[in-house]
Design a protein around this ligand. Structure first.
Ligand SMILES: [Zn+2]
Length: 227
């Protein structure tokens, strides 16, 4: 069952173009500005960027694909390779409204090292994370093995809204384009801060009760988990 309002195709494109600007401004696009972004438009379809770079997006930069991964228009081979990386996550989790894949520089350093990002930075807790952001074992991008690894983790960890792709990058999935872009910025901040903290003797774990306390504090003010 969907819990978010459906977007029209036009609104989905507008929100993704806006989110691409957020990604650019927050520094989570690496030098090649490589990324792929998608948003769910109804129970059966999503829109997804059809090029490898999101440096300049306009309304012709997208294609509609079904949740089974069938494109409703022309799609280049580089995009065709990664369609299942998006659609399989939409199929696995009905509350996901937008998925983004980027090579955020600090988070990707953890992916290249095959190391999970620990949750030592409170802003990440506000996105509902209670455990380290795990690494999906390496397999070629978008391949059945890679997508299978992503889906396994998504299904086993219902509160998790991002994974690292070993030796490659990051995949984040929340309710909307604006939230997914915000999560990616926070996640890359967290990765950068952990790397800095390791020069200072290492990050320190949050107290065990921190996750419940943050949730409770947010609820008191009517704030929702940001994912
Ligand atoms: Zn990539």
């Amino acid at each position: 069952m969907l819990t978010m309002a459906n977007l029209t195709i036009g609104n989905a494109k507008t929100e993704l173009i806006h989110a691409a600007r957020q990604l650019h401004a927050s520094g989570v696009l690496f030098k090649g500005e490589h990324a792929n972004l998608s948003a769910r438009i109804d129970d059966d379809r999503v829109v997804i960027t059809k090029g490898g770079s999101i440096a300049t997006l306009d309304e012709d930069s997208f294609v509609v694909v079904t949740l089974q991964g069938e494109p409703e228009g022309d799609i280049d081979s580089v995009t065709a390779e990664i369609v299942q990386m998006h659609t399989a996550v939409y199929r696995a989790r009905a509350t996901v409204g937008s998925i983004m894949h980027v090579h955020a520089p600090h988070a990707t350093a953890f992916a290249v090292a095959n190391q999970a990002i620990p949750i030592a930075y409170e802003p990440l807790v506000r996105f509902g994370f209670t455990e380290a952001i795990p690494v999906v074992p390496w397999a070629p991008r978008g391949s059945e093995a890679s997508v299978g690894g992503i889906v396994r983790i998504v299904e086993e960890h219902p509160g998790l809204s991002a994974v690292l792709l070993a030796n490659h990058g990051v995949l984040a999935f929340t309710s909307s384009p604006v939230q997914t872009a915000r999560l990616l910025a926070t996640l890359d901040e967290a990765a950068e801060l952990v790397l800095h903290a390791r020069l200072l003797g290492g990050e320190k774990a949050l107290p065990e009760q921190a996750f419940e306390q943050v949730k409770h504090h947010m609820e008191q003010f009517g704030s929702k988990v940001m994912a």
